[in-house]
Write a protein that binds this ligand. Structure first.
Ligand SMILES: *[C@@H]1O[C@H](CO)[C@@H](O)[C@H](O)[C@H]1NC(C)=O
Length: 188
């Protein structure tokens, strides 16, 4: 009897976290009490932000059509262990969590990450909760958005909640992912 209960509990646990849809995706912040229902998370200047446009770059190279890389949205790949930006630049761009919890990414043509940064621990899954959202966690927790400064109202930097501390003015949120049609930027 005991083992039957244990097995059904296990089945319920597995059912609550289904395989996420394959393919590239964008990320949004979900915290309805802050009126965030998927507000875009964009990559810029090696960090991730709410309320800021993506920064992207496409080199002027003969034969490279940069109109294929508008870079207006921030598209990710992976999310099972490691996480990357979905880019065309050879070598890609890896996402990491810095020692203060800040979500960052490597520059093009470089695999170097800050001392103490971590590249594994991301988990993307399909929930069975209302609407079957596809959240992503880092080390089992969500994320926090911290205001940048008074001069940039409504701009927040994204940190992993599992790392570092909330100075007291951050907003905790669930990170949700949304399937994207494909690559957007040559590099961010
Ligand atoms: C961030 O990216 C999204 C698309 O992914 C875009 O719609 C939005 O305008 C961007 N900028 C800001 C300030 O949110």
């Amino acid at each position: 009897m005991k083992s039957i209960i244990a097995v059904s509990a296990l089945v319920a646990m597995v059912a609550a976290q289904l395989e996420p849809p394959a393919g590239p995706f964008t990320a949004g912040a979900w915290n309805p009490s802050n009126r965030w229902t998927g507000v875009a998370i964009n990559a810029s200047g090696r960090g991730f932000w709410i309320g800021k446009d993506s920064s992207s770059y496409c080199p002027v190279v003969k034969g490279l059509d940069c109109t294929a890389f508008p870079g207006t949205s921030t598209v990710f790949a992976g999310g099972s262990g490691t996480l990357s930006l979905d880019v065309a630049v050879p070598g890609g761009q890896q996402v990491f969590v810095g020692p203060d919890g800040a979500l960052g990414y490597t520059g093009a043509h470089s695999a170097s990450i800050p001392v103490g940064a971590v590249t594994t621990g991301f988990l993307r899954f399909q929930s069975v909760a209302g609407g079957a959202p596809v959240p992503m966690t880092f080390e089992g927790s969500g994320f926090r958005a911290c205001p940048v400064d008074e001069t940039q109202e409504n701009v927040y930097q994204v940190f992993a909640s599992a790392v570092g501390t909330d100075p007291g003015n951050c907003i905790q949120f669930q990170l949700r992912t949304y399937s994207a049609p494909g690559i957007s930027a040559w590099q961010y």
